[in-house]
Design a protein around this ligand. Structure first.
Ligand code: ATP
Ligand code: FE
Ligand code: MG
Length: 332
């Protein structure tokens, strides 16, 4: 099977073609980061307009790269949510128009299911499987006992991990997106500040990062008032240590409790070098296989949507022409 994937939930316009849910035939991503940089974050209206301008160009490039025609395509998978509604609508409407014009089945895909299935482009899944999703909008632990079924074990109660990175980066006056910048600084810094860790209730798999964020703000503020000099590197290293400690500990606890056969990390923050090495160390010791996608599959792309869409296609799930963008779509 060849599935065409379309992703426009945030600030990348992406189209990909994936074979059998595992093999990338083409994977085109047009990023808008440059346009949003000067605003320090994604501006929804600008994102929508860029998607409209880019979608046909990216679509054509995906077919050119693949050296395929529409005849080979079995179905069209598109991100229906969650994300920015105006951005999602561009992808959903493009997918509906194409499904109608080319007479192909249409499949709505959950963006986070996509992030999880980015891993299947590298390795076959083994269940039960634990997925840690850490992105700009999500921090979740999801348990999977079979393909296409997701059980939410815990999620953030306030900021997402990526959001915390971006906000702290802003305080340090680093360019957007801040995650990679903090990661880079942390490498040359030392953990000199003991920032708080939000463990929450005993046994909880939920997360909270807003207290940590406030603590970083206060620390910077107080140091300034006292005329002390704190290095950005040390702040970055200390902040990152706190984030990684909580993410790693909760993931390890869940992996043990549910005796999973695999642990998957997904979402933009999975690109974080510090997080990757901390998880690798822990799961090596436990002898549980850890899958982390290569960097370009960690951030938003359409190959992951096509990969998740392939499972839905094989399971006979279809969307109708009434498919709509849903900014706060839940996982089911
Ligand atoms: P969502 O997937 O939840 O809708 P999103 O699409 O904005 O949100 P992604 O594109 O998956 O999220 O990831 C972007 C986020 O990942 C940003 O917050 C960015 O700062 C963060 N990020 C990227 N690289 C790194 C890194 N090396 N370390 C930490 N964070 C990073
Ligand atoms: Fe994403
Ligand atoms: Mg993004």
């Amino acid at each position: 099977t060849f599935i065409l994937g379309i992703e426009t939930s945030c600030d990348e316009t992406a189209v990909a073609i994936v074979k059998n849910g595992k093999e990338i035939i083409s994977n085109v991503v047009a990023s808008q980061i440059e346009s949003h940089k000067r605003f320090g974050g994604v501006v929804p209206e600008i994102a929508s307009r860029h998607h409209v301008e880019q979608i046909t160009v990216v679509l054509e490039e995906a077919f050119t790269d693949a050296e395929l025609t529409w005849d080979s395509i079995d179905a069209i998978a598109v991100t229906e949510g969650p994300g920015l509604v105006g951005a999602l609508l561009v992808g959903v409407n493009a997918a509906k128009a194409l499904a109608f014009a080319k007479q192909k089945p249409l499949i709505g895909v959950h963006h986070i299911a996509g992030h999880i299935y980015a891993n299947r482009l590298q390795n076959e899944f083994e269940f039960p499987l634990l997925a840690l999703i850490v992105s700009g909008g999500h921090t979740e632990l999801v348990l999977m006992n079979e393909h296409g079924k997701y059980e939410l074990l815990g999620e953030t109660r306030d900021d997402a991990a990526g959001e915390a990175y971006d906000k702290v980066a802003r305080m340090l006056e680093l360019p957007y997106p801040g995650g990679p910048q903090i990661d880079r600084l942390a490498k040359s810094g030392e953990v000199t500040i003991d920032f708080p860790r939000a463990w929450l209730e005993q046994g909880s798999y939920d997360f909270s990062f807003s207290g940590l964020k406030s603590s970083v703000i206060n620390t910077i503020h107080n140091a300034k008032q006292r005329g002390e000099l704190l290095s950005n590197e040390d702040i970055a290293a200390s902040f990152q240590e706190s984030v990684i400690d909580v993410l790693t500990t909760k993931t390890v606890n869940a992996a043990k409790e549910f005796q999973v056969k695999q642990v998957i990390v997904a979402g933009g923050v999975a690109a974080n070098q510090g997080l990757r090495s901390a998880l690798e160390e822990q799961f090596n010791q436990l002898n549980i296989p850890l899958l982390i996608p290569p960097l370009h599959l960690c951030t938003d792309n359409a190959a992951m949507i096509a990969a998740a869409g392939t499972i839905a296609y094989e399971q006979g799930r279809r969307s109708g022409m009434d498919l709509n963008a849903n900014g706060s779509l839940l996982m089911k």
